[in-house]
Design a protein around this ligand. Structure first.
Ligand code: HPA
Length: 271
């Protein structure tokens, strides 16, 4: 990756009208409907953006949408890149760098995740307060990383405290259950075995999913304040594990999405 490639991706987007977005938003699997709220939307399909990786999984529609939400300029990723699709960590996180280069000052991330903490139920939300990277790699492990920021990024507080406090307050006010917890990221795409769920619980995870952590690491690399919410789509109880199908995960994500949208819209209003 080079600064020149990033600048070319940005130039294409700026020419389409992606001017000075304040907030970047990543929408997870089954969580694309926030875009219905965007006014004055301009759409750029990933496959048309120079140097963007290509989305491969059929249920990710793969576009970057610019517009206003609650009178703030935003850029929204509908569909993200995953390591399980065969992308490198650098590719998975390239759009985060592009959005930062476009000028975003805050990043909101959402994902669909399994509930490892059995006090949490499917259809509820969890604010990610910390994470465990089990993907076996880093988006900062590349040769010229020093051209983009420091190599040994501090991760003592990866999620922005101020936005976390605000979103907790909003959830209370709006009567939305918002658990707080630790998100473990795995590569996937297979779901976990019973033994793996036991391990995840033992090491301190409350939820598990296949995304978000690389993006959060890069946000920290870019000194970009980030907040992340998991939509809990299934309950990962090793002693009563039922088969889960991706279609069920997507269905629960879609049903739960309105609560996540509410939190994000209210948070945007508050910033
Ligand atoms: N693991 C288990 N359940 C899930 C996941 C996962 O990665 N993502 C959504 N539900």
């Amino acid at each position: 990756m080079t600064q020149k490639l990033l600048e070319e991706s940005c130039l294409y987007l700026k020419n389409k009208g992606f001017e000075n977005p304040e907030i970047g938003i990543v929408l997870g699997t089954g969580l694309g409907r926030l875009i219905d709220h965007i006014e004055f939307a301009v759409v750029a399909h990933y496959h048309n953006i120079p140097f963007f990786p290509l989305a491969t999984v059929e249920f990710h529609s793969g576009k970057l949408i610019y517009g206003t939400l609650e009178d703030k300029k935003v850029v929204v990723m509908q569909g993200r890149f995953h390591v399980y699709e065969g992308y490198e960590f650098e590719e998975v996180t390239y759009p985060i760098r592009v959005m930062r280069e476009l000028g975003i000052e805050k990043l909101f991330i959402s994902n669909a995740a399994g509930a490892v903490n059995l006090n949490f139920k499917k259809g509820e939300l969890m604010l990610i307060e910390d994470h465990i990277n089990l993907q076996g790699g880093s988006p900062l492990a590349f040769k010229n990383v020093a051209n983009f920021g420091i190599r040994f990024v501090d991760m003592s507080q990866p999620y922005d405290l101020e936005m976390c406090e605000k979103i907790k307050y909003i959830a209370r006010r709006e009567n939305i259950v918002l658990h707080k917890g630790v998100y473990a990221s795995v590569v996937g795409p297979q779901l976990e075995t019973k033994a793996e769920y036991r391990m995840l619980k033992t090491i301190g995870a409350d939820a598990v999913g296949m995304s978000t952590v690389p993006e959060v690491i890069v946000a920290n690399h870019l000194n970009l304040p980030v907040v992340a919410v998991s939509v809990l789509t299934d309950e990962c109880d090793p002693d009563n594990l039922e088969p889960v199908h991706i279609s069920e995960i997507i269905k629960v994500a879609e049903e739960t999405e309105p609560k996540m949208i509410k939190l994000f819209l209210e948070l945007i209003k508050d910033l």
